[in-house]
Design a protein around this ligand. Structure first.
Ligand code: C2E
Ligand code: MG
Ligand code: MG
Length: 389
């Protein structure tokens, strides 16, 4: 079994490494109490443990031990006066079907553990050959992403964001597009997560930033409107010190004001890395850049965080637009969020406006800005420019 503690980094970041150490110690003690004398628990490093079960006769035996381990996490850990809830993800590989040597078994258990993470964490998964196929697919995709950067295969599309009152363009959201040489168009929802996982989001994210700012610079010179550009930023970009340097470098070379830049970060990404996030967001805001929380309503939707996080804009996820016309509860929730945002002095941008009914609904609730197919799809540079002009 390969076990990894969920969000262990958060514990270290928020309560310090010393508390992290206390937790690892407690966990190790409890693990050794659960397993039988002939089994072995070892810490591979960080928050990763392997458990070697030598006397099992069926999958069910392994499953029952995995359940017992997860049960440990049902009660909070007492860490220096704090009661902390944590979880773990476990992958299981069985001899001899999933490998007949230690290296293969550990690797496949690790693969299964990643699958457990993807399944929403805090669960266990048995290794399957299907997982192996997906891992291989990812390795290939990673190599293709690298080549894609070198060969200039990425493009930015721009979706206009409108003032709902005057129905005029206020700015654009830059959205990346990739024409894969063999598979054709590939959605960012497919390749961005892999780029994040493999660290490639750093060079790709920098390319997006530079390209979008270059475009904003050009359009700002061509119009006298204070146009803004909304750029999606992955939380992984935040954790690199160079990020702020890159932004400074870009701003120095540009003629637009920092206030014309909006960085969109998804709600879930903000939460995953709260310590760094708050610190970096404060720095960006001090530079004048506006911060938008993307996809609000799809993750934790925590009001506490909404109050704590230094943000300027809330992007109402398109899931609300989908349901707003036929589900009164969704309509109430959407209306309440718009209202709440206003009271917290945040601007709201509604995403995914597809019908005039949805637009009417938003207008009647004084939502100021929005984007969606009703106005325009994301457009290639020349078409976006024509529309703007
Ligand atoms: P997002 O930032 O929430 O972007 C909005 C998505 O909604 C876009 O999908 C857009 O094409 C789509 N959309 C716009 N209007 C409508 C509408 O009326 N109806 C519906 N159903 N959808 C609409 P897209 O371009 O496929 O991007 C998906 C996600 O990929 C983005 O979600 C964002 O999280 C991520 N992404 C895109 N470009 C970048 C990038 O340059 N960097 C990073 N880190 N993430 C990116
Ligand atoms: Mg966005
Ligand atoms: Mg969004």
């Amino acid at each position: 079994m390969f076990m990894d503690v969920d969000h262990f980094k958060n514990l270290n970041d928020s309560l310090g490494h010393h508390t992290g150490d206390i937790f690892l110690h407690q966990l190790a003690t409890q693990l050794t109490e659960i397993i039988r004398i002939e089994d072995t628990v070892s810490r591979m490093g960080g928050d990763e443990f392997t458990i070697l079960l030598t006397q099992i006769s069926s999958e069910a035996d392994a499953a029952s031990i995995a359940s017992k381990i997860l049960m440990l996490f049902k009660t909070p850990f007492n860490l220096g006066g704090h009661n902390i809830h944590l979880g773990a993800s476990i992958g299981i590989a069985l001899y001899p079907n999933d490998g007949d040597n230690p290296d293969t078994l550990i690797r496949n258990a690790d693969t299964a553990m990643y699958h457990a993470k993807e399944q929403g964490r805090n669960n266990y998964q048995f290794f399957t050959t299907e997982m192996e196929r997906r891992v291989r697919e990812r390795v290939i995709l990673e190599a293709d992403l690298r080549k894609g950067l070198e060969r200039d295969e990425f493009k930015l599309y721009y979706q206009p964001i409108y003032s709902l009152k005057t129905e005029t363009i206020m700015g654009f959201e830059a959205l990346i597009r990739w024409q894969h040489p063999d598979s054709g168009f590939m959605s960012p929802t497919k390749f961005i997560p892999i780029a994040e996982e493999r660290g490639l989001i750093i060079p790709i994210g920098e390319w997006v930033l530079r390209r979008a700012c270059q475009q904003l610079d050009q359009w700002s010179r061509q119009t006298d409107k204070p146009l803004y550009m909304s750029i999606n930023i992955s939380a992984h970009q935040f954790t690199k010190k160079e990020f702020i340097h890159t932004i400074n470098d870009i701003l120095n070379k540009s003629t637009f004001a920092p206030e014309q830049l909006i960085f969109e970060i998804t709600e879930t990404a903000m939460m995953d890395n709260l310590g760094y996030t708050i610190q970096t967001l404060k720095q960006l805001r001090a530079m004048g850049i506006q911060i938008a929380m993307d996809d609000f309503g799809t993750g934790y939707s925590s009001f506490t965080y909404l109050k704590q996080l230094p943000i300027d804009i809330l992007k109402l996820d398109h899931i609300f637009m989908r349901d707003v016309m036929h589900d009164p509860d969704s309509a109430e929730i959407a209306a309440s969020i718009i209202d709440l945002a206003k009271k917290l002095r945040l601007n709201v941008i509604a995403e995914g406006i597809e019908t005039t009914e949805q637009l009417g609904f938003l207008k009647s609730h004084q939502c100021a800005r929005g984007q969606g197919y009703l106005f325009s799809k994301p457009l290639p540079q020349d078409e976006a420019e024509a529309l703007l002009m």
